[in-house]
Design a binder for this molecule. Structure first.
Ligand SMILES: CC(C)(COP(=O)(O)OP(=O)(O)OC[C@H]1O[C@@H](n2cnc3c(N)ncnc32)[C@H](O)[C@@H]1OP(=O)(O)O)[C@@H](O)C(=O)NCCC(=O)NCCS
Length: 164
C-alpha cells in the first residue's frame, strides 16, 4: 500500500473518487464527468490545487485506488458539511476493489496528520446509514448538534467535526 500527497495533476482521480464518495453510480450517473454540473458537488474538486487545498492519494502496487482531500468553502456556496469559512470539509472515496483493505483508514490518518498543521478543525458530511460513520468516530469526529438533514438521495445526512 502507498499513500502520497495529492497534486494538481491528480484532479482526474479526485473526480473519480468524488463519484464514489457521492454514491453517484447508485443515483444513475454514468461517469465522473457528469458531476461537474451537479450543484453542490462539483465544487469539491473543480480547480483542484487552490490555496488551502490538501489531499492524499493511495493505492496498491503503484495503482491509485482512493483519495481523501479537503477544501475550504464559503457561506455563499457552502458544501454539505459546511461549518464555517475557517473549517475545511473532507471528502473520501475508495474504488470498490480497494474497499475493506485498510486503505480508507490510511488515507484518513495521513490527511488528518497533515491537516492539523494548518487547521484547527475539519468537518465532513456522511449519511447516517453509511458504515464509514464508525470510521470517522474512531478517528475522533463527533456529530454536530442540529446538523441532521435530508439529502438528495432521500436519506438523512449528518455533519461531523474533528477538533484538533
Ligand atoms: C468509506 C471508504 C472511503 C472507506 O475506505 P476503505 O478502504 O473501505 O476503509 P477501511 O478498509 O480502512 O475500513 C474502514 C471503514 O470503512 C467502512 N467500509 C469498509 N468497507 C466498506 C465498503 N465496502 N463499503 C462501505 N464502507 C466500507 C467501514 O466502516 C470500515 O470500518 P469497520 O471495519 O469498522 O466497519 C470506502 O469504503 C468508500 O469509498 N465507500 C463508498 C463511498 C463512501 O461512503 N465515502 C464516504 C462518504 S462520507
Amino acid at each position: 500500500m502507498f499513500v502520497r500527497p495529492a497534486e494538481p495533476a491528480d484532479e482526474k482521480l479526485l473526480w473519480a473518487m468524488l463519484y464514489e464518495a457521492s454514491y453517484s453510480r447508485e443515483q444513475g450517473r454514468h461517469s465522473p464527468d457528469e458531476l461537474r454540473d451537479v450543484p453542490h458537488l462539483g465544487h469539491y474538486v473543480e480547480g483542484w490545487g487552490a490555496a488551502g487545498d490538501l489531499g492524499v492519494v493511495g493505492g496498491f502496487d503503484g495503482v491509485p485506488l482512493g483519495a481523501a482531500w479537503l477544501r475550504l468553502f464559503d457561506p455563499v456556496d457552502p458544501a454539505y458539511g459546511y461549518i464555517d469559512a475557517d473549517t475545511p470539509e473532507l471528502a473520501i472515496g475508495v474504488a470498490p476493489e480497494g474497499r475493506g483493505t485498510g486503505l480508507g483508514t490510511a488515507l484518513m490518518t495521513a490527511l488528518l496528520d497533515a491537516a492539523r498543521d494548518t487547521y484547527d478543525a475539519v468537518s465532513l458530511s456522511v449519511r447516517l446509514e453509511n458504515p464509514a460513520l464508525r470510521l470517522y468516530e474512531r478517528l475522533g469526529f463527533v456529530e454536530v448538534e442540529g446538523s441532521r438533514k435530508a439529502n438528495p438521495a432521500g436519506s438523512v445526512s449528518v455533519t461531523m467535526v474533528l477538533r484538533f
